[in-house]
Design a protein around this ligand. Structure first.
Ligand SMILES: C=CC1=C(C)c2cc3[nH]c(cc4nc(cc5[nH]c(cc1n2)c(C)c5CCC(=O)O)C(CCC(=O)O)=C4C)c(C)c3C=C
Ligand SMILES: [Fe+2]
Ligand SMILES: [Fe+2]
Length: 353
């Protein structure tokens, strides 16, 4: 080793001749979301569903049982109809799913915010657990820019093993091969953070004020998971209930007017209840004529909100006697939404910037 290089030289980028060049000293922030197919045709849909539904954090069924169900049934039958659903919400201008467009916008806005408070030493990027941009590739890009500290930000207010944990697994899998790993922080779930609750409530109030009718019922719908995951100790259910309770208290509505439910059931097993579609149908059949639905568990609008809630559930409501239905959008990259993500990133970077 060349011992003639002083500490000052090292700080200025001078290195002993036998040392490899390494860039250090920067901080990376990586926003993580779920992912979306690369296209709406059969093959991109199949590739997306295969990656998603092969994840053991998502499907906990023993592999020997799951493999034939996935490969022989689901990956044959599901890509076609689901591709058509995606086509109905696709961002044709950018040729991508809305989840991707919105997550990119969120990352750009966080980058501008962090630059305004910390200058130029932080790089903000984004990645998807399934599909592109890949987590491994974006972590490498941060390292290439000299980020030796990385903050991972799973964009899920409520923690679930099937979402937050698997996003982090993917990041840690990338780090597994590295000799010189960056220092890593993970931001916590924010289901009861007052900044998040205030933002969701403020955004809903603005949307409600623009409606031409006053809903008799507001339904707060969260993505479901199999009930078994709750029984095995996943905190997701309780975090959803707490979010709903805090929102309800902020609105001052009673639990029969401000309801909660779980959507997107998949397969035959029991999922968290009450189910959104059954709740919407029951509300309409019980004589409710005007309702609004909101999905605060999604940080960005996507298939599950734009097509399932604003499409399928609207139809269920109208078909069963409902007259007015409003879907209230997710926080997305709105000012209210960015207040939440900026707050989390700024707080979790403390001590680094
Ligand atoms: C089958 C198991 C699934 C579990 C468990 C699950 C949990 C879960 N998912 C989200 C958020 C999203 N899911 C989205 C789509 C989607 N989800 C599943 C299955 C499970 N999700 C599938 C198969 C799909 C693809 C569409 C379909 O074939 O039905 C999306 C939308 C992505 C997009 O591109 O728009 C989101 C977001 C959460 C939050 C969650 C558990 C807490
Ligand atoms: Fe899902
Ligand atoms: Fe619970």
């Amino acid at each position: 080793m060349n011992e003639s290089v002083s500490l000052t030289d090292l700080r200025q980028g001078v290195r002993p001749v036998d040392h490899p060049a390494v860039r250090t000293g920067r901080i990376g922030v990586l926003l993580l979301n779920l992912g979306t197919p690369e296209g709406t045709g059969y093959w991109p849909m199949r590739a997306y569903l295969k990656e998603f539904l092969s994840d053991r954090r998502v499907i906990e069924t023993p592999r020997l049982l799951w493999w034939p169900i996935l490969n022989l049934i689901i990956l044959t039958k599901r890509p076609g109809p689901k591709g058509r659903d995606y086509a109905s919400i696709w961002n044709n201008e950018r040729d991508e799913g809305p989840l991707k467009t919105i997550t990119r916008n969120q990352a750009e806005k966080v980058a501008a915010h962090i630059r305004s408070i910390a200058g130029d030493k932080v790089t903000v990027d984004w990645a998807m657990r399934y599909g592109k941009p890949e987590v491994r590739e974006r972590i490498q890009a941060l390292l290439d820019q000299g980020c030796d500290r990385i903050l991972l930000v799973p964009l899920y207010p409520q923690y679930a093993a099937a979402t937050s944990a698997t996003a982090c697994d993917q990041a840690f899998r990338a780090l597994m091969d590295m000799r010189w790993q960056p220092t890593v922080r993970v931001s916590p779930p924010y289901h009861d953070d007052p900044v998040y609750i205030d933002a969701v409530v403020a955004s809903m109030k603005k949307e409600l004020a623009n409606l031409t009718f006053e809903p008799e019922v507001i339904l707060v719908s969260f993505h479901g998971v199999p009930k078994e995951y709750l029984l095995k100790g996943d905190p997701y259910h309780c975090q959803c209930v707490k979010t709903w309770r805090l929102m309800r208290e902020a609105f001052g509505w009673s639990p029969d007017k401000f309801r909660m439910s779980f959507q997107s059931r998949f397969g035959k097993a029991e999922w968290l209840q009450p189910y959104t579609d059954k709740t919407v149908e029951a509300l309409a059949k019980s004589g409710v004529k005007r309702m609004a639905i909101v999905a605060p568990g999604f940080s960005a609008d996507c298939l599950e909100t734009l097509e399932e809630l604003n499409g399928e559930n609207r139809e269920i409501f109208m078909h069963n006697g409902g007259e007015e239905f409003a879907y209230l959008p997710c926080l997305n990259d709105s000012d209210d939404g960015m207040r939440v993500i900026n707050h989390i990133v700024e707080r979790e970077l403390q001590g680094w910037i």
